[in-house]
Design a protein around this ligand. Sequence first.
Ligand code: SF4
Length: 502
Amino acid sequence: MSESTTPPPRTDFTKPPPNFSRVSKLPPDFYARWRSRISFAPAFHDALDAVPAEILLQAIWHQQRVLREALATTNGRRVRVLHPGFWNREAGPDFREAVVQFDSEPPRTGDVEIDLSPSGWRGHAHDRNPAYANVVLHVVWAASEHLDNSQPTLALKERLDAPLAELQMDLGNERGELPDELSGQCSAPLRDLSVDILGELLDQAAQVRLQVKAGQLQARARQCGWEQAFWEGAFRALGYKHNAWPMQQVAESLPTLRGFTVSVADAIFAWQMCLFGVSGLLPSEPESRVADSENYLRRVWDGWWRERVNFDEMILPRRLWRFNGLRPANHPQRRLALAAHWLARGDFLSRLENWFTTPLPTETAPTALLELLQVEVDDFWSWHWTWRSARLAKPQPLIGAQRVTDFAVNVVLPWFWARAAAGNNPALRQAAEQRYFAWPAGESNSVLRLARERLLGSAPPKLLRRAAAQQGLLQIVRDFCAHSDAVCTECRFPDLVRSIPR
Ligand code: SF4
């Protein structure tokens, strides 16, 4: 495979590949046909005798261990909880997309925040935080004398369905499995499928996802070529969900930056300097309180101040980046530092191509890709999480095995698949599919955990041991859940499942 300068022809990604033969019990395009028949509207859509720990209060709300018929706000309005919302493990309100009804008003969809006391609303500055603007109900342990009525508030203390000690026993290890009545409406028909058929359904959805991602890369390649389309996909993947778009912006500046970096002897440093500069992530002052950071930061800073006039229009405002809830290892600076190593190699894409076209046993392909993506050592970034963090006791890798899985199934394999499809090369397309469907599962995330909980309930864990099955589940969420609501209004996926021949 070599980089073509002519734009790739448009491929019909809606059709399953004719040689897609792994699925044997379902018609080969069962999921894809269903999906195409549905006209998707645009996205619309402690001490136990005293006060419980907040996490227990959250678990109680999650499992609705309350007297559901007797709920009322602190100012006397009846509350019906049509859906408690989805437990949010990240920053922001504790539950997302709950559906609640006050008296006989129309149901409201919004977030639920759990605090021990009503004063938590202002005390935690939720009233000034835009992330809490969509809260429809503040759930607390007990009402207080000085009520804050700026939010509808529900106190749980007198409304539990069992003594607190008993709930602690039941829910102390709660990690979020929904009771039957709160599972998705597809959960029951899915439970009736054999594990084999369920696996095939997930694989078909995963095939759709592979083609969707390949289609996106191909569409971009038509505008800027395959190589640039790859780098944009790679940068987006390095941005995770919170910083995908600023990463895309940085990637779009690569052709210009390349013109500068080719002339610099220390290519890794030149790429890092440019990527930090253009991203807007360079600290505003070159001084660091961390002694061994000072030299590196000063060098980047001085270098960038000499060159920045040439790239002024590309520099992103720092506010585009989100850092809330990011683990230090996932900070965008570290990801840009890693990308600089890849870009400086010059032969990165030909090595990637070599990895793809070399027949490898299923179990060694991920390790071989990790070796290719890994950086031996970076003098600064292997030893620091961020610009200002203290030197680590031992060097840390710039990319781990779990990230490699995301990278493979979201960028590398769809990119090769798209190129094979555009070049009408069924053998290479099949090779991409084989790696995709054999790839071991990646790390779970909040979307996957929620989807598993709502759709698959008690399905055996082996079902999601491959990355493709995880991708299939995410595609179902994208195709169906994202177009419905917490109570599955008008979702057609249950009908699709019931129509599967037994
Ligand atoms: S919205 Fe549809 S696919 Fe999602 S959980 Fe509900 S029934 Fe299942």
